[in-house]
Design a protein around this ligand. Structure first.
Ligand code: FAD
Length: 488
């Protein structure tokens, strides 16, 4: 009640549990125009794997409100959990206990767009797809694209340093974000919404907040460089007999399509089967390719359609001739481009519909990328958690893999009947040990969150972790920013 009273005369939107039901609370909530009492959607993550117990969700409308809230929480030692679109896959955006959730969805204005340079400045709560549509109407596109674009927010993307489907071509947010506005734990506003591509004056502080997962402050504003939308887009889907040939196709694609290649994605046949099973509207554009263990989706972004199509056709001919693929299809028109992408982007949703999913987002040298799935499958068989011919009695249903070959990033998904400690103990820390032994990273693009905070030492040295903790202590000495995660 005292927290609510504090903002009683403000414009802040507050959502609170209906437990707060005495008269005082009701009058306070009434004055504030509380919109809902059911906080379930804020307390549970996208996978329904992580559940918090927050009783208050604050939805600020301006940087001043965020500043005031953090100043108060810091002075009262109240922990907060920043939340964007809540599509994160490591449990970072939901509270662990009863931290106050600060949800950025009402900060959703695009502040400016420069049609010469392509620099967009916007609030952190703008949904990625809305930003993409806005700049799209002006001939530009977001440098970042991912399956959750209709829900995730640009502030969440920056806070997780999301990679997505076209990092291969347009690079990471560490390069395309030109400036940030951030509110620190004590309410200080760091305004660095630079629109400059070059600025070598002192330390580049914004880089600290890209991928900080809400542990250092709340991102409220973003300045981002958007590239020109391509005049010509081509998409091809290949059926590939084995993983070695996935890599051969990648090498071939780079030599035929180097300057126009914008995505090179892959998925195994088990992923495709799940999509076809659960997303009824989708069809396999390459029927009768059941013998192929893998599928490759490649995309080009260029400026001359005839020229690009000629190149991609030559690539396809060469791949067929060398038998790197058993079949291939070049999308004809925007509808087919969308349909092929829908298969790749539908895999996380299809996995979710199968039951519980253990998701591992791992970077590895390309040669060992898919072997991660193979060794995990073998391990689960040895541990008798996975019984290949006895799905009815097995806890684990299947092990599958897909991801961004172009970035050396695989998403290992273990689908199970339910979340169960026996399955988890069989997978972890095995997956992280394998990753470390093969010079990989235990988090390629999803971050650490609750899931991987305690495993950071598989990818970072003690000295590096100490420096990270020192920075955290400097910026958030009371430890109110998204505690119990990330750096634990
Ligand atoms: P949330 O989930 O709300 O939060 C994520 C983290 O950022 C939390 O730690 C939170 O505290 C913090 N945070 C959020 N907003 C702020 C803010 N304004 N200031 C400070 N901290 C903040 N990820 C990829 O990298 N590549 C993919 O290809 C990809 N594909 C996906 C596909 C699907 C179907 C789904 C469901 C997820 C996918 N993801 C992918 C994961 C997820 O979408 C990204 O991590 C996304 O960037 C999260 O954004 P969000 O707004 O939903 O953040």
């Amino acid at each position: 009640i005292s927290i609510l009273s504090h903002w009683c005369d403000g414009k802040l939107e507050i959502l609170a549990e209906d437990e707060v039901n005495n008269e005082d609370a009701e009058s306070i909530l009434g004055k504030l125009g509380v919109l809902e009492f059911d906080l379930e959607s804020y307390n549970v993550d996208w996978m329904k794997k992580y559940k918090g117990k927050s009783e208050i969700v604050l939805r600020p409308k301006s940087v001043q409100e965020v500043s005031e809230v953090l100043k108060y929480c810091n002075s009262e030692n109240l922990a907060v959990c920043p939340q964007g679109g809540n599509t994160g896959l490591v449990g970072g955006g939901v509270s662990v206990f009863d931290e106050i959730i600060i949800q950025l969805g009402r900060m959703n204005e695009i502040r400016s767009f420069d049609e010469q340079s392509g620099v967009a400045v916007c609030d952190a709560g703008v949904i990625l797809e809305n930003l993409d549509n806005f700049v799209g109407e002006r001939g530009y596109m977001c440098p970042l694209d991912l399956g959750a674009k209709g829900t995730c927010q640009i502030g969440g993307n920056i806070s997780t340093n999301a990679g997505g489907l076209r990092l291969l071509r347009y690079g990471s947010l560490h390069g395309t974000v030109l400036g940030l506005e951030v509110v620190l734990a004590d309410g200080t506003v760091l305004n660095n919404l630079s629109m400059l591509r070059k600025d070598n004056t002192g330390l580049d502080l914004k880089q600290l907040f890209i991928g900080a997962e809400g542990s250092l402050g709340i991102v409220t504003g973003v300045s981002i460089l958007t590239p020109k939308k391509p005049n010509s887009v081509n998409v091809a889907l290949l059926a590939v007999p084995n993983y070695e040939f996935v890599l051969e196709n990648f090498k071939l694609a780079k030599s035929h399509l180097g300057e126009i290649l914008s995505a090179f994605e892959f998925f195994d046949s088990k992923s495709l089967q799940l999509v076809l099973k659960h997303l009824n509207q989708l069809r396999n554009p390459l029927p009768n390719t059941e013998d192929s263990k893998f599928y490759v989706l490649l995309e080009t972004h260029g400026s001359n359609f005839e020229h690009d199509q000629e190149k991609i056709e030559m690539f396809l001919e060469a791949a067929m001739e060398k038998e790197f693929c058993s079949n291939g299809s070049l999308a004809q028109g925007e509808g087919q481009v969308r349909d092929i992408w829908a298969i790749r982007e539908g895999i996380p949703e299809a996995c979710g519909k199968e039951g519980a999913v253990y998701k591992y987002d791992i970077s590895l040298p390309l040669k060992s990328l898919y072997s991660l799935c193979e060794v995990v499958e073998k391990k689960l068989i040895n541990d008798k958690i996975y019984l290949p011919n006895d799905f009815e009695n097995s806890l684990v249903k299947q092990v599958l893999g897909y991801g961004h070959v172009g970035d050396g990033n695989i998403h290992l998904n273990i689908s199970a009947k339910q979340y169960d400690s026996r399955v988890l103990n069989s997978i972890e820390p095995f997956v992280y040990e394998f990753t470390k032994k093969n010079q990989g990273s235990i988090s390629a693009e999803h971050g650490l969150g609750v899931m991987k905070g305690k495993f950071i030492s598989y990818s970072k040295s003690d000295e590096m972790i100490t420096v990270m903790k020192n920075i955290k202590n400097l910026l958030d000495p009371n430890g109110i920013m998204n505690p119990y995660k990330f750096l634990v």
